[in-house]
Ligand binder design. Sequence first.
Ligand code: ELE
Ligand code: SF4
Length: 619
Amino acid sequence: MSLHPTVERVTARIIERSRHTRGDYLRRMDEARAQSPARTPARLALSCGNLAHGFAASGEDKPALRGGHAGNIGIVTAYNDMLSAHQPLEQYPNLIRAAARAAGGSAQVAGGVPAMCDGVTQGRAGMELSLFSRDTIALATAVALSHDMFDAALLMGVCDKIVPGLLIGALSFGHLPVVFVPAGPMTTGLSNRDKAAVRQRYAEGRATREELLEAEARSYHGAGTCTFYGTANSNQMLMEVMGLHMPGTAFVNPGTPLRDALTVAATEQALRITALGDDYRPLAHTVDEKAIVNAMVGLAATGGSTNHAIHLVAIARAAGIAIDWDDLDALSRVTPLLARIYPNGSADVNHFHAAGGLGFAIGELIGAGLLHPDIACVHGGDLRQQAMEPWLDDLALRWRAPPATSLDPSVLRGVAMPFDAEGGLRRLAGNLGRAVVKVSAVAPAHRSITAPARVFDSQDAVLDAFRAGTLEGDFVCVVRGQGPRANGMPELHKLTPTLGVLQDRGQRIALLTDGRMSGASGKVLAAIHVTPEAIDGGALARLRDGDRVRIDADAGTFDAQVDAAEWRAREPARTIDRSSRTGMGRELFGLMRANAGTAEQGACSLFVTLHEDAQVEVA
Ligand SMILES: O=C(O)C(=O)C[C@H](O)[C@H](O)COP(=O)(O)O
Ligand code: SF4
């Protein structure tokens, strides 16, 4: 099957646009490769003292580490008890060490990285640290791998900012092979749609707090990733279409023999693809322009999280690759929507997996020429083998072809009969700047609006107005001052139940913000990530109550319909809420806010090239 012409064209322009930065990145990785494996005594890079410190407490692995003849894996773990998705990771290092030893190598926990649960911080001050926790995770990953004792790395993390942060950090060590190790989704509890219904009733005062807590607790009921198709599960899809997982590992539940067998297989495979062997697969070669294009196609085909319109840009940047929202929009316009997983439908990832899951979807997209099959997958083959699904034949881990047709066409479909001819993610452009919108969760009737603006400087102000009963009629809800340099670009998902209530009452509404929404946000049209952000002179700072605003997701446009002379004459509103600069640790992230790029540049505070005369004002 030949490649779709748009996939070919977008890939070619990304390669051309990235030629110098990608070339420089690969040169740096080749230089790092020349140093590795740094751990053998013959290498001057690590002195005997360095080495002894590195294996002093390694017990039975000491001879292997001292001798430096077998591969050593650096484990970077995002374990903590706060994320249900990461809690199972606590015991994985023991399983990995034993598997590495059995395979003739060794494994050490190189370091841990922080992991924030956006579900716990949603709507609270902590959410203003969420986006920069990604960059913090990247920094912590680099600290862990900078011990330079490793021939490969296993990165254990699943959720929203954690996989992007781990990958951004590991790409600075792109000379190492890297395999991601997830724990998988929790089993299905109360459906996400039933949970959302109780939330809307609570928002209207028609459900008690006890009823709400009971619904939430039955939805989020155990170990594993939350079962909606938000950023965490979008991460799992990305790891498959980028070839960074063992095939089909994304949605196998934790605490099962198959999950443990996949973790062992990841360990064994990491040792097979080091520079010590004859199938060297460094991360720098796996994450190339084709893998990044695959990621954007996978996102569009499955209705993935809008957060990846930001994270993928930062990940690509870390690999020397430049992408933008025009690339994402062009690919999404030609990619059929194959999955209906909440918030894009009522099913959850367990249903999706049972229907044929990513194996079926990847096979369909390769067959349609929408995914590059020829990428250097960590499993040793290419994307065609990635589309296989793992199973246990007694105790033996094997892979088999996914079902030839979807086992549940209400959840998963082939390219011949998609849910929509186009994928879920769009770029908007107009006199308000540039923005992102996800239409896969928005009914066609709600994908455009022309209505007066109601302008707010915080999501709490919106909720206060709702409680005061002043959110009447059709309106565009503008929440500004929520960009990366303002307050860390929080998700405004706390608005979802309230906006859903208003829309269900028959009011035509939309959200317009320089902030983010959760991957779990859904049915209300939301033009988000507006760039430039309000505090950087962005147009949202000039908007006033009553201005007519038009958002048209299908046309890809959004504009303020205000007289040009009046618009130019307006003083931009000062949207900084300085109270949000301190408290809950926010005072520690001022450097990241000050250095953050725009949303379309990945809202990343890393890769800052300070000029000699640059003055950084210390608060
Ligand atoms: O997918 C993402 O981008 C997210 O950040 C999901 C958040 O964790 C939500 O906060 C969890 O969903 P809710 O229980 O509806 O709050
Ligand atoms: S999916 Fe989101 S809410 Fe669920 S554990 Fe992960 S970060 Fe927390």
